[in-house]
Design a binder for this molecule. Structure first.
Ligand SMILES: *Cc1c(COP(=O)(O)O)cnc(C)c1O
Ligand SMILES: [Zn+2]
Length: 432
């Protein structure tokens, strides 16, 4: 198969070589998409090959991304691939969480089991492979945290120099700590995410640094594997709904592209509906989809779920098409709803970071509103690991969590540590 970069704008569709170092269409500024042409391998043999690779000791086969390399064929060869055995994330069930969400059953596809603890690894292995194939020495991103952690790890493992830009004072320590530990040059800028993105795009061009933001079409290719692996784990039976949080909307774009390609290749017979959940304080895409009167960025996005604290999501045109193509919906949830849903996911023994919990909060709202039926087959994608943001957790359980504007968040399912004297009798009494 041959790969090209194609402008996503229907009125343009300009085509570019797969090794062009561009992040937007040079004709109209539109987003770029990787498009493949030629015959794909037969469906049944693919399913068999992918299953067999799970027993292989080859690094490429052990990767939950590169195992499915026939569906991401943008590289001439695989010698530039760096794998930390990303993907391979479980589908977890929970009666407790299902009940809270108003469902009979639920499955969580937990991307927090990735090497750096978020789904960004699925995409980063592809982005870094492309950077190496292009001969780039330095890579950069702007990030609310998880992209930096992931890029730092993959760049370091691949002998590249990672440079990360983060909004000053707006990142969880777990994520910042990862970037520092993986040796990334870390630059904190006194501006919000959207402003820093504009700055870095200018710098990257001037200094010859390869940009690995979520707009990078090769990261999107890698993130398709989340859905491909999910279908493989479900023996190619698509659920009714796939629910995911929406920030920059790269993942929404990747999921939609994966579903379209899986359908076209005959690997699934129907498309699940996408439900994208945003935080109420950073919900420009939700507001746009519900009003349909022009896309208005949010000037000052506010949410404690920092991974989705995005006011001007770069991938919204793609997300719009993918949500529509899947007959999907977009919803938003409050800080209180996110915090309580997160605690429920924790109580189920699963745990996740705040942004991920928007899924269960959204499901609860969508079942209450009759959009998702109680008997529906639902997969919620938990995007990040529980330990990414321990400060949030401690504050919630000790009733100290506050919204960005100072409004307290109730510890509805709080679980305080108890202080007791060094007195066996007293402790025995307390424990009954
Ligand atoms: C990046 C991220 C998101 C948002 O994904 P987008 O592709 O930007 O919509 C959600 N949750 C977590 C944990 C993330 O790291
Ligand atoms: Zn174009």
């Amino acid at each position: 198969m041959t790969a090209e970069l194609v402008c996503f704008e229907p009125s343009c569709r300009a085509r570019f070589a797969i090794d062009a170092i561009i992040y937007n269409c040079t004709k109209c500024g539109g987003l770029l998409e990787t498009i493949y042409s030629g015959d794909h391998p037969p469906t049944e043999s693919l399913k068999k090959t992918w299953r067999e690779r799970r027993m292989s000791n080859e690094p490429l086969d052990q990767s939950g991304v590169w195992r499915y390399r026939e569906m991401i064929p943008f590289l001439a060869d695989h010698k530039n691939v760096i794998t930390l055995r990303e993907g391979n994330t479980p589908l977890l069930e929970s009666c407790l969480a299902a009940e809270y969400g108003g469902l009979r059953n639920i499955q969580f596809k937990h991307q927090g089991f990735n090497p750096t603890g978020s789904f960004k690894d699925n995409g980063m292995t592809c982005g870094v492979a492309q950077a190496r194939a292009l001969g780039m020495r330095r890579v950069a991103c702007v990030s609310t945290g998880n992209t930096s952690a992931s890029m730092a790890a993959y760049a370091a493992a691949g002998g590249l120099e990672p440079i990360i830009f983060i909004p000053h004072g707006n990142i969880s320590y777990g994520k910042l700590a990862q970037a520092l530990e993986y040796g990334a040059r870390t630059i904190q800028v006194e501006a919000n995410f959207d402003q820093i993105l504009a700055l870095v795009r200018e710098l990257a061009e001037k200094l010859g640094i390869y940009l690995l933001n979520s707009i990078n079409p090769f990261r999107i290719e890698g993130q398709k594997s989340i859905v491909i692996e999910m279908m493989d784990q479900r023996d190619w039976n698509p659920p009714d709904w796939i629910v995911l949080p929406g920030g920059n909307l790269g993942n929404t774009s990747a999921f939609g592209k994966a579903l379209r390609e899986l359908l076209a290749w005959g690997l699934i017979a129907k498309t699940p509906r996408l439900a994208v959940i945003q935080a109420a304080g950073a919900a420009p895409f939700c507001d746009f989809m519900q009003t349909r009167t022009g896309f208005v960025p949010v000037g000052h996005p506010e949410t404690l779920a920092t991974a989705i604290k995005i006011g001007d999501p770069v991938s919204w045109p793609k997300a719009l098409r993918e949500v529509e193509a899947s007959s999907g919906v977009v919803e938003k949830v409050t800080e209180q709803e996110i915090a309580d849903a997160k605690a429920q996911i924790g109580r189920a023994g699963i745990g996740c970071e705040p942004a991920s919990a928007a899924t269960l909060a959204g499901i609860r709202k969508l079942t209450a509103g009759g959009v998702i039926h109680r008997d529906a087959d639902v997969v919620a994608v938990l995007t990040g690991n529980v330990l990414k943001d321990p400060d949030y957790i401690y504050r919630y359980h000790t009733d100290q969590l506050q919204q960005p504007d100072g409004t307290p968040i109730r510890a509805t399912f709080g679980n305080r540590p108890e202080v007791m004297p060094n007195d066996p009798a007293a402790i025995a009494r307390a424990l009954g």
